[in-house]
Design a protein around this ligand. Sequence first.
Ligand code: SF4
Length: 476
Amino acid sequence: MGKTLLQKVWDAHSVRTLQTGQTQLLIGLHLIHEVTSPQAFDMLRARGVSVAFPERTYATVDHIVPTRDQRRPFADELAEQMMAALERNCREYGIRLSDLTTDRQGIVHVIGPELGLTQPGMTIACGDSHTSTHGAFGAVAFGIGSSQVRDVLASQSLAMDPLKVRRITVNGRLGPGVYAKDVILEIIARLGVTGGVGYAYEYGGAAVDRMSMDERMTICNMSIEGGARVGYVNPDQTTFDFLRGRPFAPSGEAFDRATEWWAATASDADAAYDDEVVIDGSAIEPRVTWGINPGQSVGITEHVPALVAAGPAGPPAGSEGERASIVEALEFMGFEDGAPIKGTKIDVAFVGSCTNSRLSDLREAARVVSGHKVSAHVTALVVPGSKAVRQAAEQEGLDRVFQEAGFEWRAAGCSMCLAMNPDRLDGRQVCASSSNRNFKGRQGSPTGRTLLMSPAMVAAAAVAGEVADVREILRG
Ligand code: SF4
């Protein structure tokens, strides 16, 4: 019986099995940022412990970084303190830092792959939920909390519960105007936001095989929104081509040797899975969330759930808890019972976040807005995921396309994904967002409302002033 990639990578990094049944897992790469690391470093200091492998640790600044005015000290005192703490900690412990003075700064899940730090067959940890992004390269990558950041800093290892593997095969060819974001929203809608608890998700099938690394990252990024600790795609030629020539990727003969090992980490053809799900990619349409978790989404031609209109025992089927969560979501979002999602008025359009702020995302959004104007009542912003993405986009003239349409062109950072910086919703504003979470208050206002969708769909909504079907704009 063959092995899955998860089993192979897990076995290769297993230090020992602990009495608890957990595995002490060696961590190949530890990515840190300014929000979840200060406490961890303080805990190390309090115990007089040093960083075990500073050369396996890499830092960047993203969450609190202002995207408009980046002069120091920052206007926000707390943000300035976090930034200063990270700088001090990196200096003291000899950790490389991509700060605002370098051209390598950006969202941690964008710069890791961009720099070639993220490689197949690795174990990667970071104090951020969306670390699963790196699984796009065939790495086993997961988010951790501050006390685990401390553990990895001190020992370069973690106590981890074993994971089952669910194979998710997406067959067929995605239609025009349908993107990786739509695929992952579809997967989470089908399997639920807790459906992946205890699992690693392995994505494959013809539709995934055809995807670029950017698209695979979008899918893996949101694995955690489906409850899966880890999401990955088996490494292939697309992966190797992406990595060749990256600053931290091996070069010359070492690259060829690495490619052999990387290829060998892919799941065997006869690997056994704990569960398998097959989805027809050609049947997926552009999706939009209508609720307060990423599992609550519908296709652009569909309607939000109809609870009242369908009667007290009406759809959707499910537990009382599920029904209650739908009622809560519809009330919070202010949707009419069974209303069409298309035509929902928006106030803000946000293209950015570690899910969808890479060059290909910006290209697709620019393709949609080109020759159009942002609707008069909409505030629209594009926030590239890294300085490198920003620079590459400017070289292609994408900044001009966005600005001519009426978008603001910002500096790299997490921005409005979670509003730990000046970019935030105001009151009950509705935001068409390419980010990954639509929880209540996620974008800074306790009553603000988030509609998750692909960057191209955000662009279409910005132009229309309401949720629109990007396929109609692309058809011209
Ligand atoms: S963009 Fe959002 S989800 Fe991604 S790292 Fe930043 S805050 Fe976290």
